[in-house]
Ligand binder design. Structure first.
Ligand code: MG
Length: 311
């Protein structure tokens, strides 16, 4: 497969991220009202605007478009430029500070390593932006892992954040390969294929735990065991994402309804689930109304070549 064909895959995944992100973000508000909306499958009034998850995924996708690789200096410049174009996209406080300090002249290695008293950030912000990497390099998991780690460490130096990014990128790669190869994987097979690629970490242990939780489990139980991103860390966000995607590889819409039902960091959870399942699910499971309504990535201000979606 050539670069152009791979870029089509990366952009397809990015579309899944943007729909999931905007969808999930529309479900913040009074919890009872939101749960009622989810039970009746009624999307709140929304402008279908995406948030930081998609904005940062656009930057990752543009790096891939440039060279199929991640240049860390360039990537961090893209992150800063896109943040400054519209800072009100739901960035976390730590990430904003990291980007500001780098913009003011410090090198990313120093800033990224200094966060959280020298531990580095274990936030889910590294995992939320890597889906295009998995789609682009779907047939080379070593490359997926290397680029996911590179894209993570410019802002998230903690091993948990990097493990989370690798998990989501590998999940996207396996989902992509599954569809292109005409294969079908059970939830357990899909999760095992991811687990074999992951470094030892709390995030990995929780993904292994996720594999043992049947689909019939109540959302509250899943939340207790896997987390729902309420701490916005990789280890309390990514395991449920993998669980949810593993059970809905064949249906994008169902995946997102399940994803949002756990509440918590719902824009980020839905962004990742959307980016993964967009690659494995048939196109007719993506509601046309959603893909038409979502803010257009190709024409957004965050695109270096906004207005020229062919680039
Ligand atoms: Mg967000």
């Amino acid at each position: 497969m050539n670069h152009t064909e791979r870029i089509v895959l990366a952009r397809q995944s990015l579309l899944g991220v943007s729909i999931g992100d905007a969808f999930g973000d529309s479900f913040f508000g009074d919890e009872d009202a939101i749960l009622e909306r989810i039970a009746t499958r009624s999307i709140p009034d929304t402008r279908w605007e995406f948030t930081d998850d998609t904005v940062m995924s656009i930057s990752v996708c543009e790096e891939l478009e440039a060279q199929g690789d991640i240049n860390q200096e360039q990537l961090v410049k893209r992150f800063i430029a896109c943040h400054d174009l519209d800072p009100r996209r739901g960035y976390g406080a730590t990430l904003r500070r990291v980007l500001r300090e780098i913009a003011e002249g410090e090198d990313w290695q120093t800033v990224s390593a200094r966060v959280f008293e020298g531990q580095g950030s274990m936030g889910n912000g590294a995992a939320m932006r890597v889906c295009p990497i998995g789609a682009y390099h779907y047939d080379n998991l070593q490359q997926v892992k290397a680029l996911a780690a590179k894209s993570a460490e410019v802002t998230h130096a903690h091993p948990e954040a990097i493990a989370g990014a690798i998990a989501v990128a590998v999940a996207t790669a396996i989902a992509t390969g599954m569809k292109l190869g005409g294969k079908s994987l059970s939830p357990g097979e899909f999760t095992d294929a991811i687990l074999t690629q992951l470094p030892e970490s709390d995030t990995t242990s929780r993904i292994a735990k996720a594999k043992t939780l049947p689909y019939s489990y109540h959302t509250e139980t899943l939340k207790k065991v896997l987390g729902n991103g309420v701490n916005m860390t990789a280890q309390d966000t990514v395991p449920f994402v993998i669980w949810c995607a593993s059970h809905h590889l064949n249906h994008f819409e169902e995946a997102l309804w399940k994803a949002v039902s756990i509440l918590g960091d719902r824009d980020t959870i839905c962004a990742m689930v959307g980016g993964i399942t967009m690659m494995s699910a048939p196109g007719n499971s993506v509601p046309k109304a959603w893909s038409e309504a979502v803010e257009d990535v190709g024409n957004s201000i965050f695109r270096t070549n906004a207005g020229n979606p062919s680039l």
